[in-house]
Design a protein around this ligand. Structure first.
Ligand code: UTP
Length: 408
């Protein structure tokens, strides 16, 4: 049943079209739709209206990084502290696998993509193997939380099961589904993708912690004693996960978070760069870098905005809980969103027809007071599979895997 609150919001916000087919729905359709409507946040309509609101003034400055040379000097100490934390179950890993991977154009979850050439080698498998290296080194399994979306959850779970968790202990793997966000047409109406379904999409890679909380995983983590979460993207097939050196360095730095970064391949590489924004740690998008920022130099004569993020962060759970109470910004993105028209027919628009909403993990960094910028060797730890061809593609990732002696 639709709650009375939702009914009154439908009227208040002029969204009566949502109920156009309601009386014709079957019991099953109605129960799916009731659940969607009862969870619908009408506040998104206010956000889409405020789209033109004035932006705050932003002042960027460079941020100091812990460079590879600095890390090497204290590597042993960092590693020891990291291994201790892992052995004491203070570190969990969070795999962000809720994205839609549109650039790769693969119709299954991205982690199911076979990056192998002469043999099968799935992206999920590569990531698990990397994590297993740490399990071997520390003698302890790291709890692995896998974030899926409503669209790819069952495929992902099924694949892990079928492949016997790629050798990981399945008792340490927890799946959770990312929260979804509605889509809104340019004239301020929630879009529907069927007579009994809203047009929903994953709420962006910043939605991971709030989705963990709404899935009840915070209690579980507290019981396990997890104090740090290493969150990472699905597509970097070379990344080191729960890397003891990174974990130890972040703990010893006293910072509430750490970010694994690599030197940019060229000044205008399309990657977000660590910096300070109005005195807080932040990530400036490549298209926001001015020519002056690209030319600026640091004390070593190196480019001052030189460290690209790899989407591999370590967050202290205590601080995540704090920032989770101050809502993350919803970014409005104009997209082509399939919807049903007034006759109930599905339309696949050729031009953008409305707004989707995304939260971004980089905004979480900006909500913290500090972040350790931790440099890793690009050739060894950064092989993202974003595109079909060209930069950051299947081919470039394969080359890098070979370069690192991985049999593909
Ligand atoms: P990207 O920003 O590269 O998005 O995600 P994507 O969906 O994988 O790919 P494109 O842009 O459509 O081609 C970076 C990481 O964040 C995860 C992705 O799965 C990837 O690990 N992500 C992204 C989510 O988990 N949920 C989201 O809503 C968006």
């Amino acid at each position: 049943m639709i709650s009375s609150e939702v009914r009154s919001n439908i009227q208040k916000y002029g969204q009566e079209h949502l109920l156009k087919y309601y009386d014709t729905l079957s019991t099953k359709e109605r129960s799916i739709y009731d659940e969607q409507l009862n969870n619908l946040n009408f506040g998104y309509l206010d956000i889409s209206r405020d789209n033109d609101s004035e932006k705050k003034e932003i002042h960027y400055e460079p941020i100091q990084a812990l460079r590879k040379e600095d890390i090497d000097k204290d590597r042993e100490q960092f590693e020891k502290v990291g291994i201790d934390a892992i052995k004491n179950c203070k570190v969990g890993a969070v795999l962000l696998a809720g994205g839609q991977g549109t650039r790769l154009g693969f119709d299954k979850p991205k982690g199911m993509f076979n990056i192998g050439v002469t043999k099968e080698l799935y992206i999920f498998e590569r990531l698990i193997r990397n994590l297993l290296d740490v399990v071997e080194k520390t003698g302890s399994y790291i709890p692995l939380f896998v974030m899926t979306s409503e669209k790819n959850d069952s495929d992902t779970r099924q694949f892990f099961k079928e492949k016997n968790y790629f050798g990981y202990d399945k008792n340490f793997v927890y799946f959770f589904v990312q929260d979804m966000a509605p889509s809104i047409s340019y004239n301020g109406k929630f879009l529907m993708e069927d007579r009994y379904k809203l047009a929903l999409s994953p709420n962006g890679n910043g939605g991971w912690f709030s989705s963990m909380v709404s899935s009840g995983l915070l209690d579980k983590m507290n019981k396990m004693g997890i104090e740090w979460l290493n969150v990472f993207s699905v597509d970097n097939v070379l990344q080191r996960i729960a890397d003891p050196v990174f974990v130890g360095a972040t703990i010893l730095s006293g910072c509430p978070a750490g970010a694994k970064v690599v030197k940019k391949s060229k000044p205008d590489e399309r990657v977000g760069v660590m910096c300070k924004e109005n005195g807080k740690p932040s990530i400036v998008e490549y298209y926001e870098l001015t020519p002056e920022m690209m030319e600026a130099k640091d004390a070593y004569g190196e480019p001052a905005y030189n460290y690209g993020v790899t989407l591999n962060y370590l967050f202290r759970v205590k601080n995540l809980i704090e920032i989770n109470n101050n809502k993350l910004v919803n970014h409005i993105v104009e997209k082509k969103i399939p919807y049903i028209n007034d006759n109930g027919e599905l339309v696949n628009p050729e031009e953008p027809n409305g707004y989707k909403f995304e939260t971004l993990i980089l905004d979480m960094i900006n909500m913290l007071d500090d972040c350790l910028v931790f440099e890793v060797e690009r050739q060894k730890e950064f092989a993202p599979v974003k595109n079909k061809e060209g930069v950051d593609s299947i081919d470039t990732a394969r080359e890098l895997l070979k370069l690192n002696g991985v049999e593909i």
